[in-house]
Design a protein around this ligand. Structure first.
Ligand code: SAH
Ligand code: SF4
Ligand code: F3S
Length: 468
């Protein structure tokens, strides 16, 4: 029998909204997979959903607050559905769930399920418990190894060409501003065999590019297939032997864990893409120390020089925090100086946001909001300038572009360069998932445009680009 939605009996709809970092994007994909096994199909309309999941982020105050305003809207939708005789189960997952647990139910009574990033694999059990008792279910344990062992073999959801693959979770670094060690727990690396089998499943489903994820992905130390520990460089080397996996990326890295073998891999392994997200956070050594980053500005610059010696075309990316407690004008100038010395292809900058339970939130001399805003504006203007300069430097080059999806206009496709730039181009035939040479002819604020270079004309045009 069909219900009014036209779905077969037993089939329900789930709406998932994802906040925060790529690890949450990955987790949302895995939750959708689990739910597909329970008869749920995805919907893009929350008011149409039997189950709504907010996969939340706690990194800055604004990120956490968004969840509560969303819950306000959902409460009304839930009431409307109830008036029509339908249910809506509301779940809060992710890092706000982990950090706030029961408090969420106290603040938003409409919420039915609360569970952290380490226990989403038990979602079917939570749903069953909630169905039986009607009471809220709150779970904020930390059994990371159990989660990955229990997640079924990966199915590529949504026919992707590029996919995320979490290889490492949690963090033991305890930067004084950061909630991640509390929301994601201690550092944990997935065993090599598990990662390889997931990557093979992705390749079999048509994925050509994998981005290995971890809060400190370059601290990866996974149990090797034949005993011992494997570093991220070792893992990359094994992954690059999988047929169909053409490109490998990883994020986010910590400067302290950028080992020699990983730098060497950038010189030796053509599948490892020349793009490195390496946050520095600040340019002043005093601030870096107060942040507990464990390196100086000079260490960071020297490290980048070594990376660029191994891979001269390496595109650098990073994160910055402005207005950390006590940051003076002169100390902020040190941040500007580091950014100028690096020349980023992309970078993200944030105003310091005091987070409950972190040491920096207790520090005196919090920087006034206007000062933070002013500093942020200056840093962002500099980064935009650098990004545009980097994009312009690609003009006239022929880059290998992975064709990902149709563009806005007919016959147009959008692909990705090795440096993670979007590239718009016209291309006939089904080249989705293929890596093709593209002559870069235009530069927009956030993307490039170019022309597909046919194979025969390529021979005469070949100009020493190392990626082709
Ligand atoms: N593991 C990564 C970062 C994870 S969080 C690393 O060590 O670099 C992503 C970014 O959010 C951080 O790099 C930092 O720039 C920013 N961030 C974290 N906590 C913050 C806070 N309390 N206020 C403002 N920005 C913050
Ligand atoms: Fe947070 Fe620092 Fe760990 Fe990155 S290294 S997740 S900023 S504590
Ligand atoms: Fe946010 Fe959690 Fe990621 S706090 S940045 S979603 S690890």
């Amino acid at each position: 029998m069909n219900d009014m939605s036209g779905l077969p009996a037993g089939q329900k709809k789930v709406f998932v909204k994802t906040y925060g970092c790529q690890m949450n994007v990955y987790d949302s994909t895995r939750m959708e997979e689990i739910l597909a096994g329970q008869g749920y199909v995805r919907t893009e309309q929350p008011n149409d959903a039997d189950l709504v999941i907010l996969n939340t982020c706690h990194i800055r105050e604004k990120a956490a607050e968004k969840v509560y305003s969303e819950l306000g809207l959902l409460r009304r939708m839930k009431d409307e559905r109830r008036a029509q005789g339908a249910e809506m189960v509301i779940a809060v997952a992710g890092c706000v769930a982990q950090a706030e647990g029961e408090e969420i139910i106290a603040r938003a009574k409409t919420v039915d399920l609360v569970f952290g990033p380490q226990t989403f694999h038990r979602l079917p059990d939570y749903l069953a418990r909630h169905r039986q008792t009607g009471a809220p279910v709150v779970e904020t344990e930390f059994p990371a190894d159990e989660k990955f062992a229990e997640l079924a073999v990966r199915k590529a959801v949504g026919n992707q060409v590029a996919a995320f693959l979490t290889v490492q979770e949690g963090c033991d670094k305890f930067c004084t501003f950061c909630v991640v060690p509390y929301t994601r727990g201690a550092e944990f690396s997935r065993p090599v065999a598990q990662v390889l089998s997931e990557a093979r499943a992705l390749a079999a489903a048509g994925v050509s590019e994998v981005t290995l994820l971890g809060q400190n992905v370059n601290a990866y130390r996974g149990a090797g297939a034949s005993g011992g520990e494997t570093s991220l460089a070792g893992l990359v080397s094994e992954l690059s032997r999988i047929d169909g996996i053409e490109r490998i990326r990883y994020m986010t890295s910590h400067p302290r864990d950028m080992s020699d073998d990983l730098i060497e891999a950038h010189a030796a392994n053509g599948k490892l893409m020349p793009y490195l997200h390496l946050p520095v956070q600040a340019g002043s050594d005093r601030v870096l120390k107060a942040m507990n980053r464990g390196h100086t500005a000079d260490d960071y610059l020297k490290l980048i020089a070594r990376v660029r010696a191994a891979r001269p075309d390496m595109a650098m990316s990073g994160d910055f925090i402005v207005g950390f407690p006590g940051e003076s004008d002169a100390e902020f100038e040190d941040t500007i100086a580091v950014a100028k010395a690096v020349g980023y292809a992309a970078a993200y900058s944030f105003k310091y946001s005091p987070r409950p339970g972190t040491p920096a939130a207790e520090l005196a001399r919090q920087v006034p909001e206007e000062v933070k805003s002013e500093r942020l504006q200056r840093l962002q203007a500099l980064i935009i300038e650098q990004q545009q300069a980097f994009n312009r430097s690609c003009l006239g080059r022929t880059l290998p572009v992975l064709i990902e999806k149709p563009g806005r206009h007919d016959g147009q496709m959008i692909g990705r360069s090795p440096y993670l730039q979007s590239v718009n181009l016209k291309i006939s035939g089904n080249k989705r998932g293929k890596i093709v040479p593209v002559a870069i002819t235009g530069v927009g604020p956030n993307s490039l445009s170019g022309q597909y270079v046919e194979a025969d004309s390529l021979l005469s045009q070949r100009n020493g680009e190392r990626d082709l």
